[in-house]
Write a new protein. Structure first.
Length: 269
């Protein structure tokens, strides 16, 4: 049973409790939880919630009086990125507009423009923050000596990000595939693909020169590395719904690593 809060001032204690519960369940400070989520938990529209609490600041003060630290509100950029991620996860990439991000982040539209430089800037920042590519680049900059360990480390980054934040990369590529002539497809083609080819393709080309794998065209070797893994991650939800047991992290990483390394093993002389 949920413990009711006391000392919440003039705000309905049930609304204060809904805010606390949503904060705890999402693993975020209340300062970073969109009011839409608090409203849904309380069974209200956002507008109705806002009228009843008198604004986010009043709600945070009531939560603080109830003995819970609501956390500190971050910069416009940070709040916008959190709001953008929440929007993608709950409503999909189609709903990602600067206006909606600004509304959810509780800041002015002009501030979002200034901090992120328009929708393409927002997409770039979201991709940088929540996609695995930055983590992969760090791994490859100081990579293990054995090629198999390098491959496994790359898969580990992709796996961990996909489990935590799979909606961002999946949404970008699914949207681009469905609308190849749209602005999202342009962003994927002009920004994401060249970066992936440069980092992962460049790594594999360098390892091929060392004799650790065969040298294959980037347009083939990168899909060979990521294609089977991406298909497995996309199918995990279907496996769960079918009532079957998901392979654990170690099994996935070991299997994918072995399969890829076998596929690109240098030809025997």
């Amino acid at each position: 049973m949920t413990r009711r809060v006391a000392g919440s001032g003039s705000i309905d204690p049930a609304l204060v409790q809904a805010a606390i519960d949503e904060s705890r369940e999402s693993g975020r400070d209340l300062a970073h939880v969109p009011l839409d989520r608090v409203a849904r938990r309380a069974g209200l529209s956002r507008a109705t919630l806002f009228r009843r609490i008198g604004g986010r600041k009043a709600l945070e003060q009531a939560v603080r009086r109830a003995g819970v630290d609501p956390g500190r509100k971050d910069s416009v950029r940070e709040r916008a990125l959190v709001a953008a991620l929440d929007l993608i996860e709950t409503r999909g990439l189609e709903a990602l507009t600067l206006e909606e991000v600004a509304r959810r982040a509780g800041c002015a539209l002009t501030s979002v423009h200034t901090q992120l430089g328009g929708r393409d800037g927002l997409l770039s920042a979201v991709f940088e923050r929540y996609s695995p590519i930055a983590g992969v680049e760090r791994i490859l900059a100081d990579r293990p000596e054995r090629f198999e360990d390098q491959v496994r480390a790359v898969y580990a980054v992709f796996f961990d990000v996909a489990v935590r934040r799979g909606a961002v990369g999946g949404a970008l590529f699914a949207h681009a595939a469905g609308r190849p002539d749209g602005p999202i497809a342009d962003f994927v083609r002009d920004t994401i693909v060249p970066r992936v080819l440069a980092s992962i393709g460049g790594w594999l080309k360098e390892e091929a020169r060392k004799g650790n794998c065969r040298e294959l065209p980037q347009d083939l070797v990168v899909p060979l590395l990521l294609g089977p893994f991406a298909l497995h991650m996309l199918s995990r939800s279907m496996i769960e719904r079918a009532g079957r047991e998901l392979p654990d992290r170690v099994t996935v990483l070991d299997t994918m690593t072995e399969a890829f390394c076998r596929g690109v093993m240098p030809a025997r002389q």
